[in-house]
Design a protein around this ligand. Structure first.
Ligand code: PLP
Length: 436
């Protein structure tokens, strides 16, 4: 077995620390194994680091690379567009083409605005909801990640499961220091998948609540699907109380199908935000919504702006990505590979005697260590054995298989059945050797 060493990355990290805060450019990169690593290139399902290590990549760079690394058609589109210019401080035709495409394939996409990433798309949707309803708060769910900006930095990290507080009024643990006074008061927080709690909160506070924002599948913690009727129930409650229903499809978008989770589950939100897979690694996101909500932006009652929005190469990347997804329809294959990985991992867990819970949906797979038979919310996920997961992820990594540290595996359109089987072989080797 090749020995994976990280000495070159370690040296780069030391140098980086002298110029980049903590040597990194996004907090999550700190959690690469065994420390922040430096990569040289990626191609298809493989990525390579400065030590010359090759990895079979199931991180897809935290999700965007739905077509794998360096897809040649996307690169061609980017190159051709770049040769014509980068930004015009004005509109260009490809944006219309891209927006028309979204309008055709995403149920809630009657009007669209593009920006750069998921975090700002979320904030724009919340601003629209406040403007249209005249109310100022929003309701969100424990363990759902909506970016790193002030008002959504609660309920995603917690000192311990015991510190979560009561289910109907969870503790608002901040993820970061430096939040402005009052940021916590902008939102109500609840455990996910509990419609009765949402109904009660809305009954008591609907006059303050402008929006409910949810990941339609809780992909940021455990990859937990919604309980039957939960999303539909949110839809009904939002319509009843004049509250915007916002789906955060930053992960589910273009991954669970061309129309996102909303098409898959047959529940149409008032607005939705897309990022990650829409652009194959180029910085683009979209706020899409029903016309009567997006009219807030169209009328300029809500201001949405950005110098860097819809750069020529970026839009070209998104258009190429969506055209390829539409032309090739990789979803049946991706879903089948997801199922192959899930069932293979479950078999291995059984044989090895490891308490591994395998969950997920379509091409998103999650592995957590717990005796629970299923997880329905963040409180369950907090009980998972983090040390066991770390050992599993690190040992896979040391054998050339890269998954996201929280136990998440993303399958791209270019992964093959052989690669899934190769991953299963490695997982078996690691799990069998791991302490029970
Ligand atoms: N929403 C969800 C569901 C996410 O997973 C993320 C990022 O992981 C975001 C929003 C924030 O997106 P970005 O990192 O592009 O700002």
């Amino acid at each position: 077995m090749k020995k994976y060493e990280y000495t070159a990355s370690a040296a780069w990290l030391e140098r980086a620390k002298k110029v980049l805060a903590a040597g990194i450019s996004s907090e999550f990169r700190k959690y690469n194994h065994p420390h922040a690593l430096f990569y040289t290139h990626g191609s298809g399902t493989k990525v390579y680091d400065v030590d010359g290590n090759e990895y079979l990549d199931f991180t897809l760079s935290q999700g965007p690379l739905i077509l794998g690394h360096s897809h040649p058609e996307v690169l061609d589109a980017v190159k051709n567009a770049s040769l014509k210019g980068q930004l015009f401080a004005g509109q260009h035709a490809m944006e219309i083409e891209l927006a028309e495409k979204l309008q055709q394939i995403i149920p809630s996409a009657e009007l669209i605005r593009f920006c750069l990433d998921g975090s700002e798309a979320v904030q724009t949707a919340l601003r629209v909801a406040r403007s249209k309803t005249g109310k100022s708060k929003f309701l969100r769910f424990e363990g759902h990640y909506h970016g790193w900006l002030d008002n959504v930095c609660y309920g995603i990290s917690t000192p311990s499961p015991e510190a979560m507080g009561p289910r109907d009024s969870p503790a608002m643990h901040p993820w970061t220091q430096g939040l402005p006074e009052g940021a916590a008061e902008e939102s109500f927080l609840l455990p996910w998948n509990d419609l009765d709690l949402v109904a009660k909160k809305l009954e008591e506070h609907h006059q303050e609540i402008a929006a409910i924002i949810t990941e339609p599948v809780m992909c940021n913690n455990g990859c937990i699907p919604p309980k039957a009727g939960f999303l539909k129930g949110l839809r009904t409650l939002c319509s009843q109380y004049g509250v915007a229903l916002i789906f955060d499809e930053v992960i589910t978008g273009f991954r669970l199908g061309l129309g996102g989770a909303q098409a898959l589950f047959g529940v149409t939100p008032d607005m939705a935000v897309f990022a990650k897979a829409i652009g194959s690694g180029y910085p683009i996101s979209a706020i899409v919504g029903k016309r009567d909500w997006m009219e807030e932006i169209a009328s300029a009652r809500v201001i949405h702006a950005g110098t860097m929005n819809t750069g020529n190469p970026t839009v070209a990347a998104a258009l190429a990505t969506i055209n390829i997804l539409e032309r090739d329809d990789p979803y049946p294959k991706m879903n089948a590979l997801g199922e192959r990985l899930r069932s293979g991992l479950r078999d291995i867990a059984k044989v090895s005697g490891q308490p591994m819970l395998v969950s997920g949906i379509g091409p998103v797979v999650h592995t957590g260590f717990t005796d629970l038979e299923s997880a329905v919310d963040f409180r369950d996920v907090l009980l998972f054995d983090k040390a066991k997961l770390k050992t599993f992820v690190s040992r896979l990594h040391d054998r050339g298989l890269r998954i996201i540290g929280r136990g998440l595996w993303y399958i791209s359109a270019v992964h093959t059945a052989e690669e899934i089987d190769q991953a299963l072989e490695l997982a078996e080797e690691v799990l069998t050797a791991q302490d029970r």
